[in-house]
Design a protein around this ligand. Structure first.
Ligand code: 5GP
Ligand code: MN
Length: 337
């Protein structure tokens, strides 16, 4: 457990002296990154600060209903405006990532900016690319971490409905609706405060989880039926989807979200991988149950990282060769499963 109160003085100073604040989430933003970003946004706005938002690339459909998302500027869609926001910022807050390459194509201008930079994140092993790095891997989500920091700076619990909605989305998406991850009794105490603002959890869950197209559900069926390989000898299973598979099911961004978790519900399976064929590389997602460090596996073999039980990486080769390489990597780790 990290004593976050040690950051209060420095954060208070950075927040109060900043003229223009820019908050940035990571590339392919998930619910926690956008949740933490919007929570900070609602906090700064309530304090009358000048605050802007940026994402390296597009948001997924299931997040587009949240209060404040329309104010998120997308770097790859509006480079000129985003470069101006980066240049004019005197404080940049980056949330839910700890490696500069998660800024995507905005990495170069952000790193070159003269603004003070803060990273707020809950992944292991942060890289040193900001003036202040607040990293707490014991938190279930960056959203939970942001809330504690804001309350410390505020001197008392900060809360309003839009802020609560953003934090709730961050917490449920990073814990699979309280199924996995580092949530604690403290998380539930925070959630109690969030629900007291009047947010309707059933509505939020419907917007996040029950908002799929029929194509997406059919793709899920196809992936499980035709593209899942179970390897009992490694207590592992993987799913692979080629570009043409995705095309056949009219795939849109976000459709394969959650697929990697499915093999873990098979009895005896402790490690699951998902391979998605992109234009010139393969994107990998990993999930594990128990002690197997999926993040070490991701970083050792697939230039990636993440959490103990949820990680990802990439490999610049064909789908076939990537799977072959993955099987070799499993073999080298057989003693760990
Ligand atoms: P997902 O499988 O949902 O895309 O990613 C799960 C987690 O793995 C993310 O929260 C992130 O921490 C990590 N992750 C995914 N892809 C990468 C990657 O390419 N590099 C690194 N360092 N982490 C990744
Ligand atoms: Mn997160």
């Amino acid at each position: 457990m990290i004593d976050l109160s040690k950051y209060t003085k420095e954060l208070s100073k950075l927040f109060s002296t900043a003229g223009n604040i820019l908050i940035i989430c990571h590339i392919n933003p998930d619910g926690d990154s956008v949740g933490a970003q919007l929570a900070l946004y609602h906090y700064f706005k309530s304090k009358g600060k000048s605050v802007s938002l940026m994402a390296p690339n597009n948001l997924q459909e299931f997040l587009k209903w949240m209060d404040g998302v329309d104010d998120i500027n997308i770097f790859i869609k509006d480079r000129k405006k985003c470069r101006t926001l980066i240049e004019n910022a005197d404080l940049i807050v980056m949330v839910d990532f700890n490696q500069p390459n998660r800024l995507g194509e905005s990495e170069e201008p952000v790193l070159a900016s003269k603004a003070k930079k803060i990273v707020i994140d809950h992944h292991l092993n942060p890289e040193n690319f900001a003036d202040l790095i607040i990293s707490d891997p014991t938190k279930c989500s960056t959203s939970e971490l942001v809330h504690e920091l804001i309350c410390n700076v505020n001197g008392t619990v900060f809360m309003n409905r839009s802020y609560a909605e953003a934090l709730y989305v961050g917490i449920i998406t990073d814990t699979g609706n309280f199924e996995h991850g580092a949530y604690s009794s403290k998380t539930f105490r925070i959630v109690a405060d969030l629900l007291d603002t009047g947010i309707v959890k059933e509505e939020i869950i419907n917007l996040i989880y029950n908002n799929f197209s029929s194509d997406r559900i059919r793709l899920q069926g196809f992936a499980l039926n035709q593209r899942m390989v179970v390897l009992p000898e490694y207590r592992s299973a993987y799913i692979y989807l080629s570009k043409s598979d995705l095309k056949e099911y009219n795939h849109v961004k976000g459709d394969t979200e959650g697929f990697v978790n499915m093999p873990l519900s098979i009895k005896g399976i402790n490690f699951a991988a998902l391979f998605i064929e992109k234009d010139n590389f393969i994107k990998l997602s990993f999930r594990s149950k128990g002690k197997f460090p999926s993040n070490e596996f991701a970083s050792q073999y697939f230039s990636g990282g993440g959490h103990l039980n949820a990680s990802g990486g990439e490999y610049f080769d064909s789908l076939e060769n990537t799977i072959e390489y993955f099987l070799k990597a499993l073999k080298e780790n057989v003693w760990r499963f």
